[in-house]
Write a protein that binds this ligand. Structure first.
Ligand code: TRP
Length: 358
């Protein structure tokens, strides 16, 4: 993929489109690496924004690594007590959504892959303090967490994210826009490593690219901010049908009874229409016309029905998986084992390149 060069959002979008067109034709050329922090259960924003996409990619036959970023939780959360619990809940959400772990699809916590974590030390020597402190996503997270004193893990986790991606030579990373600075750092580290240590012309690492989600960003039920558990505007995948109905009932709409799809002027109504569209596959404009003067009440009723129907099989599988803790643990152990084998091979190559073999 050397023909692609990414240095701006627009370029990232262009490259993303090219990869999308090629990946179905040549799935074996790619290795997808994605990850989540285990800070809680997943909600419908994750489902439409990333989970469905992961399921689709893995079903195309693209090797898919799904990493649970448990170390990253320590950078801005004090609550480490829940990490193990949250990790298992994430696995349940993945499996319920249709991810099928196996030879080509691995799920594992990054703390369980010591051979990969070892890459952190040489990687840290390839970036400067100035580069670390310029990262806009890190700056925003520091602000959002209201941290008085910022630990060094916070500034360096993007380097650890490069470890996550590069240890398995991942070359496609499905992410949202906020993760682009981290991907840029990963590319930089890969390039610098190859330039510095691989003078024989055999680069160890690929320069990975983002695969940007085609789904528009899902707003919370308040209609103005991104959906997130911490903002209290989310519908969790694990919610019951009644809880879902109650949450949607409280969703914000506006005073105009005539429903139209107008994201600019009526963001709350547009978001609910978009969610129905994601469930039914109809265009949001068509749905708006169908509701017409039916008002917010009918809009919410339609969304409740569409969403509960869409999620019914997932929630059923979720309930079953909740009763199989040994299986969930085994998925993580198998994923970790395979990830370690991959990491050990890369670490060997890295040692050889750095002239550290004994
Ligand atoms: N930083 C990501 C987030 O907060 C999680 C993550 C960790 C990740 N390592 C990754 C995402 C590697 C993609 C690739 O959501």
């Amino acid at each position: 993929m050397a023909e692609f060069e990414s240095n701006s959002y627009d370029t990232a979008v262009e490259i993303s489109k090219k990869i999308e067109a090629d990946i179905a034709l040549n799935p074996a050329k790619y290795r997808v690496l994605t990850g989540d922090r285990p800070t809680g259960r997943l909600h419908i924003g994750h489902y439409f924004g990333s989970l469905q996409n992961r399921v689709r990619l893995s079903k195309l036959g693209v090797p898919t690594m799904i990493l649970i970023a448990d170390y990253q939780v320590l950078t801005d959360h004090d609550a480490y007590q829940e990490i193990s619990q949250n990790t298992k809940q994430l696995v349940i959400d993945y499996l319920a959504a249709g991810i099928e772990p196996g030879e080509n699809v691995l799920i594992y916590p990054h703390s369980y892959v010591p051979e990969a974590n070892q890459l952190m030390v040489p990687f840290l020597t390839l970036v400067s303090n100035a580069e670390l402190s310029r990262n806009p996503t890190v700056k925003e997270e520091i602000q959002a967490a209201g941290l008085k004193s910022v630990n060094a893990g916070m500034y360096t986790y993007p380097v650890h994210q490069a470890v996550d991606i590069l240890f398995c030579k991942g070359n496609v990373v499905p992410v949202g826009k906020d993760q682009l600075p981290h991907l840029e750092m990963t590319r930089l580290i890969a390039r610098r490593f190859n330039e510095k240590f691989c003078k024989n012309g055999n680069p160890v690492f690929p320069e990975p690219h983002a695969l940007l989600s085609k789904t528009p960003s899902i707003m919370g039920l308040d209609g103005t901010q991104k959906m997130s558990k911490s903002r209290g505007n989310a519908i969790m995948l694990s919610a019951t049908e009644d809880e879902t109905a109650a949450l949607i009932k409280k969703a914000k709409t506006d005073a105009d009874r005539h429903i139209t799809y107008d994201p600019e002027n009526r963001p709350e109504v547009a978001n609910l229409l978009m969610l129905i569209a994601l469930c039914t596959g109809d265009a949001p404009q068509t749905i708006a016309e169908r509701i017409g003067d039916g008002g917010g009440g009918m809009l919410k009723k339609m969304l409740t029905e569409a969403l509960n129907e869409e999620l019914r099989p997932l929630r059923e599988r979720r309930r079953q998986l909740e009763t199989q803790p040994d299986y969930i643990r085994q998925v993580l152990l198998d994923g970790s084992q395979r990830a370690r084998e991959i990491a050990a091979r890369t670490l060997d190559e890295v040692r050889t390149a750095m002239n550290m073999c004994i």
